[in-house]
Design a protein around this ligand. Structure first.
Ligand code: HEM
Length: 506
């Protein structure tokens, strides 16, 4: 009897919840339909594939909601600006061209610097509730962003974080050396896991100001990973929070539990830092946040955003650089020689143009985010004869921009030389990361909402690559194929993690 009841509840529960969901969809569609008819703007929206009744263009995301192929099809069918109609959402505009991206994000900055409202305000999601990326465009966002982008991460302060990179690299290199045999050869290294932990370690020091002990680091790392994977699973909250709470009650409870565990770990760090003596040579993110008069919930949210936004994006960029260096031994040897020469002359390795070019090329070829965080039009704007109405969701397809054949020769090839003098990106490497008129790619976005951590990420990846190349020769593990296939999630990663063979150079 018990098992029968259980089976029935499993059958009935999804049936009624799906029925409720579709009824809601139909009612909502009718409501949107009425509004659309009223609005003259809808006839002037950027082109869209013919929408189906109720489902709109939802089928464009099938079979697996993989945005990469969807954007490519959309661009080849409709050109550099297109609309997709998704049930329950305002029109979703996709911009897939550098010039259009620049005109909207930089020239019409005030209109396009808004964000869509955060997923859900519930307790379980408060970690996302107070962050910079979800903050509405306005004075609070400006104050928080200034704290991160200017007070903490302005270029003149970046060198003060070099001890964080040295600390993390020390552990990483030791781990790699220990795992290599007496011959100095390590057959297979699961690069992603080691890189991720080292990146996480460095960012925790910049964030919290103290070197966390190994057990705290590992606990926080595990909680952060759990929280990120739940965030993906709970993305349905963006559409229908109340339905999602019922459908995914267990996940919602887990998010609540995780969020409490994170508090238990972080609150004592906050109290300890409040008591610590100030060190003018190194100010952490937490030091700055504590001075803003925010409450603990807000500080947890901002610290977790720092880690969530920084760790996996930086790790995946580092992984792609190392994959290409292992695959292209010529590029690796040239880089090694340049690093050796600069070090022997006592020069700053970070300033080697070829090193920067290699990292920029990895960011161009494999942007960690194929689409920037969604922007929202804060006012109605006309672009190239189309109307982007107030409230529309505006998405920037960074991968399509970075791989545009009109801008880049053989865009799918890995050619760091593009970023050197005389190369096709005929602006110096730094300029590609600023708001200059002549941007050719935008792995960090552009305009007022551009990634505030770009400089730190560049510095960290360059520093890690220089050290890893100086200590070891990186090869593709025997019998392993290097596939450049990508997997889309919160960020885009390598589909099959990189298995490397490393040989000590010492
Ligand atoms: C390779 C590493 C990174 C990449 C590729 C990357 C990329 C991006 C992109 C594409 C955006 C969205 C821009 C837009 O919406 O127009 C963004 C936003 C953001 N990133 Fe990064 N990021 C990286 C590292 C970091 C790091 C290290 C931090 C923190 C220290 C960080 C913090 C943020 C924040 C707070 C935002 C939201 C900005 C706002 O809404 O005003 N990112 N990032």
């Amino acid at each position: 009897m018990h098992s029968m009841q259980l089976t029935m509840s499993w059958l009935i529960y999804p049936f009624f919840s799906s029925l409720a969901f579709f009824l809601f969809l139909i009612l909502f569609q009718i409501r949107i339909g009425r509004k659309k008819k009223k609005s003259e703007y809808y006839s002037k929206l950027p082109p869209s594939p013919p929408p189906l009744p109720i489902l709109g263009n939802l089928l464009w995301f099938l079979p697996d909601f993989d945005l990469g192929p969807t954007l490519r099809r959309l661009r080849s069918l409709l050109g550099p600006i297109a609309t997709l109609h998704i049930p329950l959402l305002p029109p979703c505009i996709f911009i897939m061209d550098i010039d259009l991206a620049h005109r909207t994000l930089v020239r019409h900055a005030a209109a396009f610097s808004h964000r869509t409202p955060p997923l859900s305000p519930g307790r379980a999601f408060r970690i996302h509730a107070h962050s910079i990326n979800t903050a509405p465009y306005g004075p609070r966002w400006r104050r928080l962003r200034h704290t991160l982008a200017v007070d903490l991460l302005n270029p003149s302060r970046l060198p003060s974080f070099s001890h964080a990179h040295r600390w993390a690299l020390g552990s990483l290199v030791q781990k790699l050396q220990e795992s290599s045999g007496s011959s100095g050869v390590n057959t297979v290294v699961d690069a992603r896991e080691s890189f991720r932990f080292a990146t996480f370690q460095a960012l925790t020091l910049i964030c919290f100001g103290d070197k966390l002990d190994d057990s705290t680091l590992r606990r926080l790392n595990a909680l952060q990973l759990d929280y990120l994977s739940l965030t993906v699973k709970l993305s349905a909250y963006g559409l229908l929070p109340s339905v999602a709470t019922v459908l995914y009650f267990n996940r919602w409870r887990r998010a609540l539990h995780l969020s409490r565990k994170i508090d238990e770990l972080l609150f004592p760090l906050f109290r300890a830092r409040e008591q610590a003596e100030e060190d003018p040579s190194f100010v952490s993110y937490l030091d700055l946040l504590l001075k803003l008069g925010l409450d603990d919930d807000e500080i947890v949210s901002l610290c977790m955003e720092f880690l969530n936004a920084g760790v996996d994006t930086t790790t995946t960029t580092l992984e792609w650089v190392m994959v290409h260096l292992a695959k292209n031994q010529g590029i690796q040897e040239r880089l090694y020689e340049e690093i050796k020469t600069a070090s022997s002359r006592g020069g700053d390795v970070q300033k080697i143009p070829y090193l920067k070019a290699v990292v920029l090329e990895a960011l161009r070829r494999h942007p960690a985010a194929h689409v920037a965080l969604p922007h929202m039009a804060g006012e109605t704007v006309e672009v190239d004869g189309y109307v982007i109405p107030k409230g529309a969701i505006v998405n920037y397809a960074l991968s399509e921009i970075n791989w545009d054949e009109k801008v880049w020769e053989a865009p799918m090839e890995f050619r760091p030389e593009r970023f050197l003098g005389g190369g096709e990106a005929d602006i110096d490497a730094n300029a590609t990361l600023t708001n200059r008129a002549e941007i050719k790619m935008m792995p960090f976005g552009a305009g007022r909402r551009m990634c505030p951590g770009g400089g730190l990420a560049m510095m960290q990846v360059q520093c890690f690559v220089a050290s890893l190349i100086s200590k070891f020769r990186w090869e593709v593990a025997e019998g392993e194929e290097v596939e450049l296939e990508e997997k889309h999630g919160l960020i885009t990663t390598m589909k099959n993690p990189f298995k490397a063979r490393i040989v000590s150079r010492e």
